[in-house]
Design a binder for this molecule. Sequence first.
Ligand SMILES: Cc1cc2nc3c(=O)[nH]c(=O)nc-3n(C[C@H](O)[C@H](O)[C@H](O)COP(=O)(O)OP(=O)(O)OC[C@H]3O[C@@H](n4cnc5c(N)ncnc54)[C@H](O)[C@@H]3O)c2cc1C
Length: 489
Amino acid sequence: MESGSRSNSQLRKAVCHSGPEKGQVRSPSVIVIGGGIAGVAAARALHDASFQVILLEARERLGGRIYTNYSFGFPVDLGASWLHGVCKENPLAPLIGKLGLPLYRTSEDNSVLYDHDLESYALFDMEGKQVPQELVTKVGQVFEAVLEEADKIRDEYTEDMTITRAFSIIFERRPELKMDGLAHKVLQWYLCRMEGWFAADANTISLKCWDQEELLPGGHGLMVRGYLPVINTLAKGLDIRLGHRVSKVVRRYNEIKVTVENGTTFVADAAIVAVPLGVLKANTIEFEPKLPDWKESAISDLGVGVENKIILHFEQVFWPNVEFLGVVAETTYECSYFLNLHKATGHSVLVYMPAGQLAEDIEKLSDEAAANFAFTQLKKILPDASDPINFLVSRWGTDVDTLGSYSYDIVGKPHDLYEKLRIPIDNIFFAGEATSTSFPGSVHGAFATGVMAAEDCRMRVLERYGELNIFQPVLAEEPVSVPLLISRL
Ligand SMILES: Cc1cc2nc3c(=O)[nH]c(=O)nc-3n(C[C@H](O)[C@H](O)[C@H](O)COP(=O)(O)OP(=O)(O)OC[C@H]3O[C@@H](n4cnc5c(N)ncnc54)[C@H](O)[C@@H]3O)c2cc1C
């Protein structure tokens, strides 16, 4: 498949399509662009279906927004860390179960805090005074009532609006739901957690679409040993080229030519584009012929938000033995949230997770200043906190190979954009979290799109070969049902 910088197209073809003796069927070939969970899942499936597959990954590591870092001497995830939907229906459950990877469940179904319950937590005000639990529970109920009202507003108005605008209409109509003082700050904290879920500020989240994704049952489980083992397992035995940042994709009749930054060219029957939405938006990959207008509109009309992690490693635990700590404040921008990894993993680590504008602003700081900022938030609630011994800072918003944490619906745009992003263009297929209609912004959603793109690609390519029966379906192996290892508290 690889042609180096050679220009002779015959030679390229020869390399790409070499191999079969007379009478033998040559394997169809596919180039997968992007080695996140979607790309790796697609490559695995096609490899197992006897395709020749090359996976081109820009970074010097696989995983993309799955990034388990081991520099502290144990695994910590700078990207995804939860399995959303701890149940056998989750497309990743068979693999996670088979690998025996333990999960620490942080919430059951339908929590107002998405991936947390109000079971084990401590919220504080800016002066370090703990907010009474009864108040947090009561405001949680008010927040749920506000969201129910938002549903009614959605039915009343034909045009879409932001969550912020919907809330202000609700507070005008139902003044008893408007809170003052400390209760107002707690409500802001709930809203701040909602912003974290979407990686976007409330004044950009769409009222029409905010609850359109499907939530699988079973609650949310932290991957105690990190997500990377899942990637490594899927990637075993594949032809993977790290450090290969694709710059051009040329589509010809029955052939795709892909060029990477150093000029090397690869040719195959088809390609699966599994790069992040942010990368597609930045137009750093040139498509020839250019993508159709409807595809370009889908790329520009879907939103991509920012959420980051600042991971603080301490000599020892000095904080309360709860799953998360929070700081409540006048505005969501000033609220904070720390995940206590000690609860799930036994390591003395707190993870500060800013989202939206705050996350973007923090990315303008150096790593040291960002870690300092997070530590300052912690000091507000625990003034005697000792300095971290180590830290890690993610920059998903500005990292050229991601350019945003995950997709979300922009106000006034339809929810079918995810599907439009997924639809293939001839022999170019698309995968990745932003192509998932049901589970955008998630690992299992991205995984499922990779498998789906592989199946679509297999059908499309084999149609031409007329040998549909020779190659295995992409999910040849029956998923084995192994119970998930779940703990809590
Ligand atoms: C901070 C954070 C927390 C998250 N938490 C969770 C969570 O707890 N649970 C959950 O389910 N989801 C979570 N997510 C979302 C989840 O990580 C993503 O939805 C999922 O990992 C996306 O996978 P993907 O394969 O679509 O994209 P990616 O993982 O981004 O993979 C795309 C790959 O393409 C590569 N690439 C980019 N440009 C090029 C190019 N030009 N040429 C070649 N390769 C290229 C990239 O380097 C990358 O490896 C989180 C995300 C972030 C950022």
